[in-house]
Design a protein around this ligand. Structure first.
Ligand code: SF4
Length: 76
């Protein structure tokens, strides 16, 4: 893991629509009860796909921060 790795979390707002899992299965999976999405890694290497998925989540439940803690997505 690089110091430059981003930070990804899925908040409790997730309704398990599955959109992020379908679009970016390398980064997200549904949990065992299939009632929310969870990141496969909380500290992935930077990837623009993470930003587009976070911007596309209907509940804005995916939060992507850079290594310094600045919110990258979703942005208004
Ligand atoms: S797109 Fe958003 S609401 Fe749907 S599963 Fe992913 S985090 Fe949850």
């Amino acid at each position: 893991m690089s110091e430059a790795n981003w930070k990804v979390e899925v908040t409790g707002a997730c309704i398990a629509s599955g959109m992020c899992v379908g679009t970016a299965p390398a980064y997200f999976e549904l949990d065992g009860d299939r009632n929310r999405s969870v990141p496969r890694s909380a500290r992935p290497a930077p990837d623009p796909l993470l930003l587009s998925v976070a911007d596309s989540c209907p509940l804005e439940a995916i939060r992507v921060h850079d290594a310094g803690g600045t919110l990258l997505a979703p942005l208004d």
